[in-house]
Each structure stands twice: as structure tokens, then as C-alpha cells.
Design a binder for this molecule. Structure first.
Ligand SMILES: *[C@@H]1O[C@H](CO)[C@@H](O)[C@H](O)[C@H]1NC(C)=O
Ligand SMILES: *[C@@H]1O[C@H](CO)[C@@H](O)[C@H](O)[C@H]1NC(C)=O
Ligand SMILES: *[C@@H]1O[C@H](CO)[C@@H](O)[C@H](O)[C@H]1NC(C)=O
Length: 116
């Protein structure tokens, strides 16, 4: 029951992956959500905005999965510019569409018990 629900969520997430979603590594299987942050930046007329999100895991645990979803389905883009899966930190670069509000739902996943 629980597994099928999780699989359902995963496939829904997968199907909704379009241009601007970023999903790296494991975000559901044997990992726990270490940090979830929703970022929102209002659009400036005629301007593209670039924002960074930095996250450092507690205890230097390596990151197992990274997810950045764009619930507004804009053409905002998001990239990993430092760290990432396998590192204890990640830096994400987010760029909005011209004049458009940018929202990203960011989730960082780590192993539940592994410590370094
Ligand atoms: C995700 O987890 C599964 C099971 O633990 C593992 O086999 C797979 O290699 C992992 N994938 C990544 C990208 O870490
Ligand atoms: C998640 O990470 C962000 C950025 O590092 C931080 O501002 C926020 O407080 C963290 N939230 C939690 C619940 O740890
Ligand atoms: C950033 O991500 C976008 C798509 O999200 C991709 O088209 C672009 O090539 C990436 N840029 C870099 C420098 O990786």
C-alpha cells in the first residue's frame, strides 16, 4: 500500500518533468529528506533574475538526491554549479524567465544513517 503510493507519487513526478525540473540521484528510495525549501522571487519587468541556493548537510553527510521543481511550469532553469550528489553540499543556480516570478520547491535527500 505504502510502496504503491510512493511509486505513484514518483511516476506522477516523473511524468510532470518538463523543461525546468531538476531531479538528480535518489529522491525516494532509501533516502530521507534533509531539507525542503521553497524559494520564490517576484519578477522584475523585462529582467531575468539569477538566484543561488546553497545547502550544506549536517554532519557532512553526502547528498543522495536533489530535486528542484517548478510548480508554475515557467521556463525558469536550474543548474547545479557546485557539489551535488555524492558531496555534502550543493549550490543551485536558478534563472527566471524575463519578467516572470520564479518559484522552486527544493528538496535535498541524504542517507538515513550513514555518517562520515
Ligand atoms: C538509488 O538507490 C538504489 C537502491 O538503493 C541504488 O541501486 C541506485 O544505484 C541509486 N541510484 C543513484 C543514482 O544513486
Ligand atoms: C534548509 O536550507 C536552507 C538553506 O541552507 C536554510 O535556510 C533552511 O533553514 C533549511 N531548513 C531546514 C528545515 O533545515
Ligand atoms: C542549465 O540548465 C539548463 C536547463 O535547465 C540547460 O539548458 C543549460 O545548459 C544549463 N547550463 C549549464 C551551464 O549547465
Amino acid at each position: 500500500m505504502r510502496i504503491s503510493f510512493i511509486l505513484f507519487i514518483c511516476s506522477v513526478t516523473y511524468l510532470s518533468v518538463k523543461a525546468s525540473h531538476l531531479v538528480l540521484g535518489n529522491v525516494s528510495d532509501r533516502v530521507v529528506l534533509a531539507n525542503q525549501t521553497k524559494v520564490e522571487y517576484a519578477g522584475f519587468p523585462f529582467m531575468k533574475r539569477v538566484k543561488f541556493f546553497f545547502y550544506n548537510t549536517p554532519d557532512n553527510r553526502p547528498i543522495r538526491g536533489i530535486q528542484a521543481l517548478d510548480p508554475l511550469h515557467t521556463k525558469s532553469s536550474v543548474n547545479v554549479t557546485a557539489g551535488g550528489v555524492g558531496f555534502p553540499f550543493v549550490n543551485l543556480r536558478m534563472k527566471s524567465e524575463r519578467g516572470t516570478t520564479m518559484v522552486f520547491d527544493i528538496g535535498i535527500y541524504v542517507d538515513p544513517d550513514l555518517r562520515y
